[in-house]
Design a protein around this ligand. Structure first.
Ligand code: ATP
Ligand code: MG
Length: 300
């Protein structure tokens, strides 16, 4: 497939799922089972389209790295078994590993709890020219912590600062930090992989019934599933409060893995395409240096 056709499809899918203004966002309007956003592409053709997308992404990433100005931060949030790991693996598999870093955020360690919550994330921000991926992120602070407020008591924040506006303050701080990042050349793109409870149940059962997948399952996953509605309320409020033009959320249908992967790849391609990337321009002095090096090598 031609590069400009892929970029066109990437643009369309990116526009379709972007939330740039959260004011009117409602999760109930987003269908997790949607899989017809790419006109005409069906499951059987998905691998070939994904492979074509990976080629385009590989070229864009090389220019990003060579130019060394922008950083890309891709944040993935979702319920368990929504397909974060698979999406990250498939979308980034064609990319030079030296230009990419992935970090998975788990429950904070004792050292991390000795700092304010952004500390650990700030240390993992991608350098210029790099694509950084956060598999979960500081957004857990307005998701799992909002659903389980008792976690706050292990967080060591001075109790007088833990008031009823805590989560609204966190949204504000996150908005400000993401603006700061945008102003300094870190392009933040956030993905919520929107899986349905029925599909999650199917995937859990598959994990339980397949010995090779046992390691992916933990009893805690079923416990968290019991808080489904509270999680969905927290996701909705988070997307309303932290979507902006410069750092949008993308609410990606996640009941069909092949579709999720194509859509995430599309958003990443569109993000890189929008930066006007090019290889660094070579000045006259550099051309003269290259010529001199060639002459020296050929006269050896
Ligand atoms: P997997 O697909 O392998 O299950 P995962 O991302 O779910 O990947 P886990 O180790 O199962 O990884 O889960 C990480 C857990 O850490 C999640 O339950 C998440 O909510 C929790 N967590 C992440 N950040 C925080 C935080 N700041 N405070 C409390 N819990 C957190
Ligand atoms: Mg898990």
């Amino acid at each position: 497939m031609k590069t400009d056709v892929i970029r066109g499809a990437a643009r369309a899918i990116s526009k379709k799922y972007a939330v740039t203004n959260g004011d009117r966002f409602r999760l109930k309007h987003c269908d997790p089972s949607e899989s017809d956003g790419f006109a005409g592409i069906k499951k059987a053709q998905a691998p070939q389209h994904l492979a074509a997308g990976q080629e385009v992404l590989k070229d864009l990433q090389e220019m990003l790295y060579a130019q060394d100005h922008w950083s890309i931060l891709l944040i993935f949030q979702a319920m368990d078994a929504a397909g974060k790991d698979g999406a990250i693996k498939h979308v980034m598999s064609g990319i030079n590993p030296q230009g990419c870093s992935v970090h998975s955020f788990k429950a904070p360690s004792t050292e991390e709890l000795d700092h304010e919550y952004m500390w650990r994330a700030m240390q993992r921000l991608p350098a210029r020219g790099m694509i950084g991926i956060f598999n979960r992120s500081y957004y857990e602070e307005v998701l799992v912590v909002r659903v389980h407020p008792e976690i706050l008591s292990s967080q060591k924040t001075p109790p007088s600062l833990v008031g009823k506006n805590l989560f609204e303050q966190r949204y504000e701080d996150i908005r400000n930090i993401e603006s700061y990042l945008a102003h300094n050349g870190t392009v933040v793109r956030k993905f919520f992989l929107n899986v349905s409870p029925e599909e999650q149940k199917k995937r859990f059962l598959e994990r339980i019934d397949t010995p090779e997948k046992h390691w992916k399952f933990s009893a805690g996953d079923v416990r968290e599933r019991g808080h489904w509605n509270e999680y969905m309320e927290s996701y909705e409020r988070m997307i309303q409060a932290t979507s902006s033009k410069e750092s949008p959320w993308f609410v990606i249908p996640a009941d069909s893995k092949w579709y999720t992967r194509l859509a995430v790849a599309g958003v990443v391609i569109d993000t890189l395409s929008s930066l006007g990337l090019h290889y660094p321009k070579v000045d006259a002095q550099r051309i003269a240096d290259l010529k001199a090096a060639r002459a020296s090598l050929t006269s050896e």
